[in-house]
Design a protein around this ligand. Sequence first.
Ligand code: CUA
Length: 322
Amino acid sequence: MLVSLYFFNNFFLQSIERPASVQAERLNRVFNYFNIAAAAMLLLVGFLIAFICIKFARKKHDDDEPVQTSGNKKLEALMIGGPTLLLIFFFYQTVTTINAVAPSHPEKRQPDVIITGHQWWWEVNYPASKVITANEVHLPVGQDLLLEMRTADVIHDWWVPELGNKIDVIPGRNNYLSLHINKSGNYTGACSEFCGAQHAWMRIHVVAEPLPAFQQWISENEKSAFPPSDAQAITGARLFQTKTCATCHRIQGTPAAGIEGPDLTHLASRRTLLTGLLKNNAQNLMAWVAHPQQIKTGAHMPDFKFQHDSLNAIVHYLEQLK
Ligand code: CUA
C-alpha cells in the first residue's frame, strides 16, 4: 500500500499550483488572477442575492406595489465600466504572458532537446551529445532551454503541468517550447491530445536536476551499451539481432539501429517501462516481451511468440543495459 502510494505520488500527481519553472510561474499567476476575479464575482453575486431576498422580501400586511424605478446612470456606468476594465486587464495579462512564455526566434538556435511523440511513447534526443533515450526526460535546472517538439505519426500534446504550457506536436511541422526550470525534482505529465488506443498510457516523466548531475547523466548515456557479460546474455544479444528486435530498436555500440521503437542502449537504468505503465524490472520486462499485445494493446511491438529459453536470454541481455 505504502509502496503504491509512494509510486503514485512520484509518478502520477500533477498540479499547476506547484509551478517549477519560470514559464509555469507566469502562467500560474494569470490563472490565479482569473481565480480571484471569479471567486470575488461569485461572492458578490451570492451576497447580493441573499441581501435582496432578505431586505426586499414581502412583509406581513405589506400589500402595496413595490416602488418602481427605471434608469440609474451611476449604476449603469459601474456595470459596464467594471467588466470593461476587467476585460482590458485580463487581455493585457494574457497577451503579455503568451509572449513571455513563447520562445523567440527558436529557428535561429540549436534546440537543447528534440522530443518526438510516437504512438505511444516519447523519443528524447539531445542533439549536442547524440544521446537518445525514451520517456524519461532528463533536464538541467537553471538553464534557458529550447525544446523542439515533433511527432512521428499523429497529433500528440506535451503537457507537464508543473513546468508550464502545453504544446501540440503536429505532423509536418516543428513546434518549440521555452523552459527554464527553477526547482529540481521529478515532474509528471501526460499526452493531452487523444491519439489512439493507448493515449492514456503516454505519460511523461521529467527528471530535473542541477547542471553537474545532468552533465553526469549525459556523459553516462553517451557511452555505448555494455557488452553482454555472460553466455546467456551473449545468446540474448545474438537473438536480439536475428529475431528482428534490431529492426525497430537501437542499441548504441551494436548493429541494432532501428528507430521505429524506443532506444534501448540504457534501458535498464530507466525507472518505468511503457511510459509509466509498469515498473522497470525483469519480471515486467519479461511479461512485456512475451505478450506485448496483452499488456499494451495496439502498441507497435508485435507478439513474437518466443520460446521460453529465447525469451529468458533476451530479457537477461536487456537487463544488463544499465
Ligand atoms: Cu499521444 Cu495522446
